[in-house]
Structure formats: structure tokens, C-alpha cells
Design a protein. Structure first.
Length: 561
């Protein structure tokens, strides 16, 4: 479906025969706007069109709606004539309705992978296209479905952009939108205005926002954040290019220091002070992990996290006293240990449902105003495992045995479907009551079980690291297997412990065991059913996973007529 808005002074008039070269008009400026569902891409296209008209430039905009949210994108195509209408002498330009591969002057996108997808379709060209993209990611369905870390590498995406566009301007537009309290389309508009591609200035763009009459103040704040950031960056780049292009003088022995001074004059730190895009430092990961564990339970639990990490550090120092590997085992354990220690249960779910940040996010997603009433209903279906987790071990075992007898008799596992109105007083009090059971968590059966399993994994990592650094590193990375909740979480823990028991302590040399652990971990992440994992285990001389009993249910059906 395509919608079109045209300027009456810029209606296309094709004659069928090519005009003489002296009378041909310059080609229009082609802009391709890419946004995800709900990000205001249509508003952005209308703003651009309105700004062009206000500045006196013929323009046209078309849209091709996609599907909602991250399953697809909505693209908008805008063409703007570089000369004002009053300078055309009565001539009228011809506009296209859709972008042509390689003929786009400015490609703007609110999400990094979506930007690269458009580049992959040939929309950008290395000699013509300027790309303005947010560095933020909204994970695709495929990335979320992966058993392991299915995220596409940001560095690879950035390398593609650098090879296939004339200039790439990358900003965290999502963070700017959050800072300004607006939608990302306003921030994208500011980046477009500062890109140097438009034939008119900032004032026309801001006037278009004011004329829209909706969310003007917040939109102008977001516009200004992106415009100022990109304008400052372009000024810095111009200074760098000027310094590099200037002929070296005999008295100026250190052009690098001159460049550093120029950058400081513009209020920017020298390049040596900038942190490149990449993994977070281990200290940051450890601090985040400790904060997560403390918020999950209490300060005593955070101290247990510190003690466990200290044991990992001691083992890694014994295997790598010079620090040649950069503390990679500690970095992996800082992440996966915190995630495992903060396992999901009904107490944590209730606390997350009540978080103020969640309420704010819901209101933003439904675009609710300050005076609007938003009703939120949460659906829960806790079963025996969720209730048994907070009971002492003996009571938990009796409750679970009762549920197993039900399943063996052909009945479904017991569960309690609930619909809770989080916006109501009764719903909020019910969730607060569950969230207040944080102290009971320590006395529950699951807490003790999880700590015992964590200690088994931790002991294997310690012993493996002291014997061989590579073995300890591979065992630490097995923490990736622990994820999700319910059967997914149980399956991941079972796979991890089977790998530890069967491969980490095998009689083979440490290097061979490290290779076997890595192969088994990758197989477990690649195949949810576990068939690849069993094949890898057998190939390395280990036992396959034991079969788990599954009830077989026979359902009588009337024969087909």
C-alpha cells in the first residue's frame, strides 16, 4: 500500500521526450527513512515534507507500511528538489514514487541491523549515500530464538556500513529520545537536519515541528540533542581533515599534538581517551553482576557473589600468573554467575511487574498522556514447581510427588491460572505480598538446590582452571546454558552438569577435555532437543544423557467418516 503527498507547485509533468541539457533540472535529493513499528516514521516523513514546503522547495513523500514492531520495518521515501520553486522559471520537476537501488542520497534508520538490511538491498552506494543510523539494537525474532547468544555482532554491522556508504553518522538515537522524553522520530529529524544533505536549514525543520501542534516541546528537545551532537561531530571531522590536509611545517614536529589541541578546543577528549565499541570491561561486568544479586536478595547474597568471584580469581591467577589472557575466566564468570544466582521465581516476577520503570514503559508503548487512565492485566499460571520452590524441602517433595502421581494418572500438571489487574489496589497488594516473600526464598527448597548446583559448576571451573587455563575458560563459558525458566531452565542445568561430570573429569589430557567441553557446549546451544549434544558426548567417550520418562497419553477419537 502506498500513500502519496505532493506539493501543488511541484506536480510532475513528464513529456515523454528528454529535455535539452540546458533546460534539465537538477535531480531531486532522495531520502529513505526506515523505522520500526510505533516509532513515528510517518510523522517524520510529514515533518520533512512540511519543512521543504515551508522553505519553498518542491517535494513529495510516499510510504510503504510494514508490519508491527521488530518483525518488520516501515519505510518512507521523500524526494526534495534542491532548488526553490521560485527559481525554476515555471518548470516542474518529476519525482519518483519509490527508492531506486544505489540512487539514495540519505539513508536514515532507527536500528542498526535494519540499516544494514537496507544496505544489503543495494539502497546505499559508496560514492553517493550518506547514512545516519542509530547504534541501538532491537533484537530480531531469530536472534531471540537462539539457544545461545544469537545477537549479530555490532562490529560486523559497522564494517558493512563503512564499506558501502559515502559517510556514516552513527548515534545512539534511542538514548537521546529517552533523555528528551520523546519518540525517536524527533531525534532522527534532528540528525537529518544536521547531516548537510537538506537544501534548507534548521529553522524550517523546527517550524515544521511547531506547526504539527503535538508534543512540540519534547520533540524540539529531541531534535536539538541530535542536531547539536551531529553538528559538533561534523565540525570536529572538518578540523581533522583540515589539519591532515595542511602541509607540514618544519617547526611543527608533532601534528598529533596539534590535532589533540584542536579537539580539546572543540570540547572533545583526545582519541586516546575515547573508549572503542566492544565488550564492557570486567570491572563493569562485575559491578553490574553484584548489583543484580544484591537487588535480587540482599547484601549478604552479594557478599557470597564476591566470595565466589574471589575463588575464581585465585584459580585463574594460579593458571595465568602473568595475566596474559586478560582475566577472561573472571569476565565470563562475572556475567553467568550473577545470572544464575538471580534465578527467576514468582517473587522476582512479582517485583518486576510492580517496578516503576515497567509502568513507565507500558505508558510509553501505548502513548498514554498524563491524564489518561491505563489498565494493565497480567496473566499468570503458577504450578507446583513455583509453589514448592518457597516451601521447605520435605514439604516441597510431598507436593511434587502428589503432582507426579496426577501426571502418571493421565492428568495435566496442576496449575493456577490467574488474571491480575496490576492497576487495581487489590492486584497491586497481591503482587506486593508475593514480592515481600524475598526472605522466605532463602528457606525454600529451590534456593538450596540452586546453590548446590552452582557450587558444583564453580568447583569444576576452579579445578579446571588450576589444571589448565583453557579448560577452566571453556567450563566458565558453559554458564551460557543456564537461561529462561521452567523446562528450558531445567534442561540447561541438566546439560551443563552432565558436561561437567562426564567431560571435565575424564581421564584424557586437559587440552582434549577443553576441546570436548567446547564442542559439547556448542552442540547444546545449537540443538534444543539435545540430539547433537548426545552425539558429541558419545564421540568423546562420554555417556549420553539419560532418558527422561515422559507420560504417554492415549486420546480416543471417533473414526473419520
Amino acid at each position: 500500500m502506498t500513500t502519496m503527498t505532493t506539493n501543488p507547485t511541484a506536480t510532475a509533468a513528464a513529456t515523454g521526450a528528454p529535455a535539452p541539457a540546458a533546460t534539465r533540472l537538477p535531480r531531486p535529493i532522495a531520502l529513505l527513512l526506515c523505522a520500526l513499528g510505533g516509532e513515528g516514521g510517518g510523522v517524520l516523513a510529514e515533518w520533512l515534507y512540511a519543512a521543504a514546503v515551508r522553505a519553498g522547495h518542491p517535494a513529495q513523500t510516499t510510504s510503504i507500511p510494514g508490519v508491527a514492531q521488530r518483525t518488520g520495518a516501515t519505510t518512507y521515501y521523500v524526494e526534495i528538489h534542491p532548488e526553490p520553486a521560485d527559481q525554476l522559471g515555471g518548470r516542474r520537476p518529476v519525482f519518483g514514487l519509490a527508492p531506486v537501488a544505489g540512487q539514495v542520497d540519505l539513508l536514515v534508520s532507527s536500528e542498526l541491523l535494519e540499516t544494514v538490511r537496507q544496505v544489503g538491498q543495494g539502497m546505499a552506494s559508496a560514492d553517493r549515500t550518506v547514512v545516519v543510523s542509530s547504534t541501538a539494537r532491537a533484537l530480531t525474532v531469530v536472534e531471540k530464538m537462539a539457544q545461545g547468544d544469537g545477537r549479530v555482532d555490532d562490529a560486523a554491522l559497522l564494517a558493512v556500513l563503512q564499506r558501502h556508504c559515502r559517510r556514516a553518522e552513527l548515534l545512539d538515537l534511542a538514548a537521546m529520545a529517552s533523555q528528551a522524553g520523546t519518540v525517536i522520530s524527533a531525534v532522527m529529524f534532528g540528525a537529518i537536519a544536521a547531516s548537510g544533505v537538506l537544501p534548507f536549514g534548521r529553522a524550517a525543520c523546527e517550524d515544521a515541528i511547531r506547526a504539527s501542534g503535538k508534543g512540540v516541546d519534547a520533540s524540539l528537545r529531541g531534535f536539538a540533542l541530535a542536531f547539536d551532537a551531529l553538528a559538533a561531530r561534523r565540525q570536529q571531522q572538518a578540523v581533522v581533515e583540515q589539519v591532515l590536509a595542511a602541509p607540514a611545517e618544519p617547526a611543527q614536529r608533532a601534528p598529533g599534538r596539534a590535532l589533540e589541541a584542536e579537539l580539546h578546543a572543540l570540547g572533545r577528549a583526545p582519541e586516546s581517551d575515547l573508549r572503542p565499541i566492544g565488550r564492557a570491561p570486567e570491572s563493569d561486568l562485575r559491578a553490574l553482576g553484584r548489583a543484580r544479586v544484591a537487588a535480587y536478595q540482599d547484601e549478604a547474597y552479594a557478599r557470597l557473589y564476591d566470595e565466589r568471584m574471589a575463588r575464581v580469581d585465585a584459580a585463574e591467577r594460579a593458571a595465568d600468573p602473568t595475566g596474559a589472557h586478560g582475566g577472561a575466566i573472571g569476565r565470563e564468570m562475572a556475567r553467568w554467575l550473577a545470572l544464575w544466582m538471580a534465578f527467576d521465581d514468582i517473587v522476582r516476577v512479582a517485583a518486576l511487574k510492580l517496578a516503576a520503570s515497567r509502568q513507565d514503559r507500558v505508558r510509553r508503548e501505548v502513548k498514554a498522556g498524563a491524564a489518561d487512565v491505563v489498565k494493565v492485566y497480567d496473566h499468570f499460571k503458577p504450578g507446583v514447581p513455583e509453589f514448592a520452590a518457597l516451601l521447605p524441602q520435605r514439604l516441597a517433595e510431598r507436593l511434587q510427588a502428589w503432582d507426579r502421581r496426577r501426571v502418571a494418572a493421565g492428568q495435566d500438571p496442576w496449575a493456577l491460572p490467574l488474571k491480575v489487574g496490576t492497576h487495581t489496589l487489590a492486584g497491586t497488594l497481591a503482587l506486593r505480598l508475593v514480592a515481600a516473600l524475598k526472605g522466605q526464598r532463602r528457606r525454600g527448597s529451590r534456593f538450596a538446590q540452586e546453590q548446590a548446583l552452582i557450587e558444583r559448576w564453580l568447583a569444576a571451573v576452579e579445578a579446571g582452571a588450576r589444571e589448565d587455563w583453557a579448560l577452566g575458560h571453556e567450563l566458565a563459558q558453559c554458564g551460557r546454558l543456564i537461561k529462561g525458566y521452567g523446562s528450558t531452565n531445567e534442561r540447561g542445568k541438566a546439560n551443563l552438569l552432565h558436561i561437567v561430570d562426564q567431560l571435565a573429569r575424564a581421564p584424557q589430557p586437559a587440552a582434549d577435555r577443553a576441546s570436548a567441553v567446547r564442542a559439547a557446549r556448542e552442540a547444546a546451544l545449537a540443538d534444543e532437543a539435545g540430539q547433537q549434544l548426545d552425539r558429541v558426548l558419545v564421540a568423546h567417550g562420554a555417556a549420553a544423557r539419560p532418558l527422561r520418562e515422559q507420560p504417554i497419553r492415549f486420546v480416543r477419537r471417533r473414526p473419520a467418516a
